[in-house]
Ligand binder design. Structure first.
Ligand SMILES: NC(=O)c1ccc[n+]([C@@H]2O[C@H](COP(=O)([O-])OP(=O)(O)OC[C@H]3O[C@@H](n4cnc5c(N)ncnc54)[C@H](O)[C@@H]3O)[C@@H](O)[C@H]2O)c1
Length: 252
């Protein structure tokens, strides 16, 4: 995909979709810098290094500007190059609660990670990305940016904001492509916890996506293979959004 020896920063790379993005990018020969607040990211890096990949880990909270500034500076000192950023760090926040019961603290936490976090990562990486001839950012939004699940008001609202952050950044920065992914339910620790399926989704019949597939979608959007694609989203929802609410029409 033209990512060999390119440098990628992946937030949330310690788990789930972020981890799958790290693996997909490493498989393409990219050097990957994992940023996660959880030190599980270090184990992911070690495992990939043992398989011959070039992967680094830095602990940071994407909601904290000083943390973000420091890790981006560290990446610049280490690699002196940045070609793509994948913004996966995210939280679902309260699930199964409606507006009357959602606290301001819960609301602010979801917005801080999912919206401010991605903004801060973009703000501090754009100066480095401007030096790349294939600069791109890929955010993990969600199909929740487009359709609402019951009991997930803060999350859906935050993902709608990520979709517009994608478009807004794409019109402001020449030479930088910004896109997002809008998948439905993906089998990760987050979805297993939220949907009460600690063992996963096998045998449930639910339309659930494998995280590795989303990792490859991110690698595609990050790569020059997708060069004309900018300011938009790829929806992975098994075609759900395409169908009218009307029952199948009977044509005479
Ligand atoms: N799992 C799904 O069904 C699904 C569907 C659509 C979109 N998404 C989105 O994909 C992204 C990844 O989700 P996942 O399911 O892999 O979740 P996950 O919980 O498995 O992984 C999220 C990672 O983000 C990290 N993180 C959280 N807050 C952080 C912070 N403040 N600073 C740094 N790192 C932080 C966590 O430590 C974790 O490693 C999220 O943005 C999520 O909203 C998930």
């Amino acid at each position: 995909m033209g990512l060999r020896n390119r440098v990628a920063l992946v937030t949330g790379g310690g788990s789930g979709i972020g981890r799958a993005c790290v693996e997909a990018l490493a498989a393409e020969g990219a050097k990957v810098f994992i940023v996660d607040r959880n030190t599980a990211g270090a184990a992911v890096a070690e495992e990939l290094i043992s398989r011959g990949h070039d992967v680094e880990f830095a602990q940071a909270d994407v909601t904290d500007e000083s943390d973000v500034r420091a890790v981006v500076q560290r990446l610049d000192e280490f690699y002196g190059q940045l070609d793509t950023v994948i913004g996966c760090a995210g939280v679902s926040g309260p699930v199964g609660a409606t507006a009357e019961d959602i606290t301001v603290e819960d609301w602010d936490r979801v917005m801080a990670v999912n919206v401010r976090g991605n903004f801060l990562v973009a703000k501090h990486t754009i100066p480095l990305l401007k030096r790349s001839d294939i600069a791109s950012i890929v955010f993990l939004a969600s199909d929740s940016a487009l359709v609402a699940f019951e009991g997930m008001t803060p999350y859906s609202t935050s993902k709608g904001a990520v979709l517009m952050l994608t478009k807004a950044l794409s019109v402001d920065h020449d030479g930088l492509r910004v896109n997002c992914l809008c998948p439905g339910v993906v089998d990760t620790p987050m979805s297993r916890a939220d949907l009460g399926r600690p063992q996963g989704f096998a045998g449930t019949g639910l339309p659930v996506i494998d995280a590795q597939q989303i990792g490859r979608h991110a690698a595609f959007l990050a790569s020059p293979v997708s060069a004309p694609i900018n300011g938009t989203s790829i929806v992975a929802d098994f075609g759900y959004l395409a169908r009218s609410a009307q029952p199948a029409l009977e044509f005479s």
